[in-house]
Design a protein around this ligand. Structure first.
Ligand SMILES: [Zn+2]
Length: 312
């Protein structure tokens, strides 16, 4: 499923890896962690914004409604159209009533995913559910929120995976995702889960990337798996916390009914550098312009962190 090559420069190891299906490449450079850029910095350092439109006293006034004149409420979560969309049917789900919570619970994640499902289920586009958690992960609002959209065309990476999966199926007669789930389950990157398998991605597209391989393709089949997906996301957050990362990005990308033969939806989560006064970002030219992420953590090492993260 991937190839690798190792380079040693004065004892500093650089590992090049390439995903066979897509040709996506990354470089793993554990010694870069010695720079100590991700010292523990947590959200308390962030300024509380009294005029936050996502806080309970403002949300029903400052956020827009859907065409039916309503917002979607599930548990303590609220879902509404994004005022500044960058996609079709772009919606926001505010996850917590609390502006800057110390913990986000499995139930809050579950209710947020339900809110996203309800907000997007009538749409016929390519759906994805996404999360920028904390400012250093690109969140413009500190108040935790998911963003989903359902676009006429898939994003670049989703279309790459769908197209290459079709080519793989045409060549081999089998579904790439079933093969990859089986082989990753047996690998030293397997972390947890059975029906939904959570594994460190061997060719990470970001720091400590973990993928949840979902047993369905289409957004139409998402609803029944929401509780289990929410549990997995919460557990990955715990793994990141144990590794010293609070900030993260997440994307759940879905196919459509007609891709069922050769594609499967999957969750992709990456850890991000913690919010810090210097505002150093861990996304730079290699990540954004060469689409060849430089990460520090060897994917197989996430197994050790996972074994320390059983309880939360
Ligand atoms: Zn707020």
């Amino acid at each position: 499923m991937f190839s690798k090559a190792l380079l040693d420069r004065n004892g500093r190891k650089i590992e090049y890896r390439e995903e066979t299906l897509t040709g996506i490449r990354c470089r793993i450079c554990p010694s870069r962690e010695e720079r100590g850029l991700n010292d523990l910095r947590i959200p308390e350092a962030l300024e509380i914004n009294k005029s936050c439109p996502f806080c309970p006293e403002n949300i029903e006034i400052d956020t827009p409604c859907f065409e039916n004149g309503e917002r979607i409420h599930v548990g303590e979560t609220t879902t509404f159209p994004n005022i500044y969309p960058f996609g079709e049917n772009h919606i926001v789900t505010v996850i917590t009533k609390e502006h800057c919570p110390h913990e986000i619970t499995e139930n809050q994640i579950l209710d947020s995913l339900k809110g996203q499902f309800l907000g997007l289920k009538e749409k016929k586009g390519f759906a994805s559910i996404n999360w920028n958690y904390l400012s250093s992960a690109g969140a413009s609002m500190i108040h935790p929120h998911l963003q989903g959209f359902s676009d006429g065309i898939p994003t670049y990476l989703t279309s790459l995976y769908i197209n290459r999966s079709k080519e793989y199926f045409d060549r081999s007669g089998s579904n790439y995702w079933l093969s990859v789930t089986e082989s990753e389950k047996e690998s030293d990157r397997y972390l947890f889960g059975d029906e939904i398998t959570w594994c460190a991605n061997p060719v990470p597209i970001g720091e400590k990337e973990i993928r949840g391989y979902l047993p369905f393709c289409s957004f139409n089949d998402f609803e029944e798996f929401i509780p289990e997906i929410a549990g997995g996301i919460r557990r990955v957050m715990e793994i990141y916390k144990n590794a010293g990362n609070h900030a993260l990005n997440m994307a759940i990308r879905f196919g459509k009914d007609e891709h069922e033969m050769y594609f499967r939806a999957f969750v992709s989560m990456i850890a991000r550098i913690n919010p810090n006064p210097e505002s150093i970002s861990d996304s730079a030219f290699m990540e954004r312009l060469h689409f060849e992420p430089v990460v520090m953590t060897v994917p197989e090492d996430l197994k050790k962190i996972n074994s320390r993260s059983q309880k939360y």
